[in-house]
Design a protein around this ligand. Structure first.
Ligand SMILES: *[C@@H]1O[C@H](CO)[C@@H](O)[C@H](O)[C@H]1NC(C)=O
Ligand SMILES: *[C@@H]1O[C@H](CO)[C@@H](O)[C@H](O)[C@H]1NC(C)=O
Ligand SMILES: *[C@@H]1O[C@H](CO)[C@@H](O)[C@H](O)[C@H]1NC(C)=O
Length: 413
């Protein structure tokens, strides 16, 4: 089950894609670049792939420094003592993003991060990205979308197979990691901090100069208290039960499929602008509580002038989120206690505005292609150990004990 609450601006297949329009445009340009690259590849398809790569290596004018360091690298390789395997092979590593099954797409792996390694400025850019299944036996790494693995190709011994997911542990089936796939995955990409490659839904970067805004004025213009935009009304994390209790003590306006409030704008982004103009607080409750699972529900609000309420006990610090950037339900004994605090902030503009000022030191960013840079670097590192998840271990690591049952629904005490 996929939660699309509050993300109606994203289309069905890209609901997980927290790309800004600008990022999308950049992706499109990247996509065209890749299409052209493939056209050229096809032209040269009679040449052995490795020869072809060798050809482009000489024909593309690298920036000087890169060219020099590559030359040095090659020299180092050439003069390594006899019997020692050269540290780095110059042959580009081929990373294949395995097309998922019908009805699924590459999620943000394609839309945001489809990389042309040189253009995204990776430290190690000796990689080629492809989505062509036919290149499976030429690939050094194959990236599979856990939710929709598709048909299984033949695995070659030198290959790293990578399992990627954006879904919480509560919505991941052991079947996605088992059956014919058991023991197949060497590495992982996910929002879990302890993945081989950490890919959060968003992250924050310190601004060199905070925006000049008069937050007191902004706060005083707000006439309403709590807003929640949501479309999945019955969730594993039972956030709806928490909210219905919270509503007894403070007004919560529910927008979307699960509530009576309608936004007059069709565009989700514009709705959020209106909400952040009028409301003091926004509920960024995830559909389930799962280790390190913080989605676009948090990040899409980060740059807006509204205070976000999150629901623990997933550890938000581990996901790179500072305590000053949000109010977490886990810090309150009950929804009533939380409501009391929100009402206090509603009355005390000075205290309220601090939250907006803290956030204003940073800017929220959506996932970047960095994860591919890291992947490229690891593939090119001959000292990377041979490693994989033996049958059952991937599910054990990702699922067991990581779908956290809500502990905040006992309202009588
Ligand atoms: C949450 O994560 C932070 C950073 O990793 C850590 O310092 C803290 O102890 C964690 N808190 C809990 C309750 O696990
Ligand atoms: C309002 O908040 C400020 C800043 O946190 C605090 O110093 C002040 O005592 C608060 N005022 C009241 C009436 O609670
Ligand atoms: C990748 O995993 C397979 C098991 O599926 C293993 O045999 C192989 O040695 C691993 N390769 C690397 C390079 O770690």
């Amino acid at each position: 089950m996929v939660d699309i609450s509050g993300t109606t601006a994203y289309s069905k297949t890209t609901e997980h894609v927290p790309c800004s329009t600008r990022a999308k445009k950049a992706c499109r340009i990247l996509a065209y670049t890749i299409i052209i690259a493939f056209a050229i590849t096809t032209l040269f398809s009679f040449v052995k792939l490795s020869d072809f790569f060798a050809k482009i290596r000489v024909s593309i004018p690298y920036p000087k420094i890169v060219a020099k360091s590559r030359l040095q690298e090659r020299q180092k390789t050439t003069y390594s003592p006899a019997g020692v395997i050269p540290a780095t092979s110059n042959k580009p590593k081929v990373i294949l993003s395995w097309p998922p099954g019908p009805g699924w797409d590459f999620m943000h792996l394609r839309d945001c991060a489809k990389p042309v390694f040189k253009s995204i400025g990776c430290k190690v850019d000796n990689c080629i990205y492809t989505e062509k299944k036919s290149l499976a036996d030429k690939s050094d790494a194959i990236v599979f979308i856990g939710r929709s693995l598709g048909s299984k190709p033949k695995k070659l011994p030198h290959q790293r197979w990578i399992w990627v997911t954006l879904e919480s542990s509560c919505h991941t089936e052991a079947a996605e990691t088992g059956g014919v796939w058991a023991g197949m995955f060497n590495w992982t990409i996910s929002f879990r901090r302890d993945s081989t490659f950490f890919l959060p839904y968003g992250h924050a970067k310190k601004r060199s100069t905070p925006l000049t805004k008069i937050f007191t004025k902004i706060a005083l213009k707000k006439t309403k208290k709590v807003a929640w935009m949501v479309s999945d009304c019955g969730t594993r994390g039972q956030r709806e039960r928490y909210v219905s209790e919270l509503k007894k003590y403070i007004s919560v306006d529910v927008y979307g499929a699960c509530g009576p409030f309608k936004c007059s704008k069709l565009d989700n982004e514009k709705c959020l602008d209106i909400i952040s103009r009028d409301y003091k607080f926004y509920l960024s409750f995830e559909n389930s509580i799962s280790t390190d699972y913080v989605t676009e529900k948090f990040w899409k609000m980060f740059d807006l002038d509204i205070v976000t309420v999150t629901r623990g006990p997933a550890n938000y610090s581990r996901a790179g989120i500072k305590p000053e950037w949000h109010i977490n339900t886990n810090d309150f004994k009950s929804p009533k206690d939380l409501a009391d605090y929100l009402k206090y902030l509603d009355r005390n503009v000075t205290a309220y505005v601090k939250y907006l000022e803290w956030k204003n030191q940073y800017v929220g960013l959506f996932p970047k292609a960095d994860v591919y840079c890291d992947l490229c670097a690891k593939l090119n590192d001959p000292s990377e150990p041979v490693t994989w998840y033996p049958p059952g271990q991937l599910a054990k690591w990702f699922i067991d004990g990581h779908c956290i049952p809500p502990n905040d629904l006992n309202f009588n005490s």
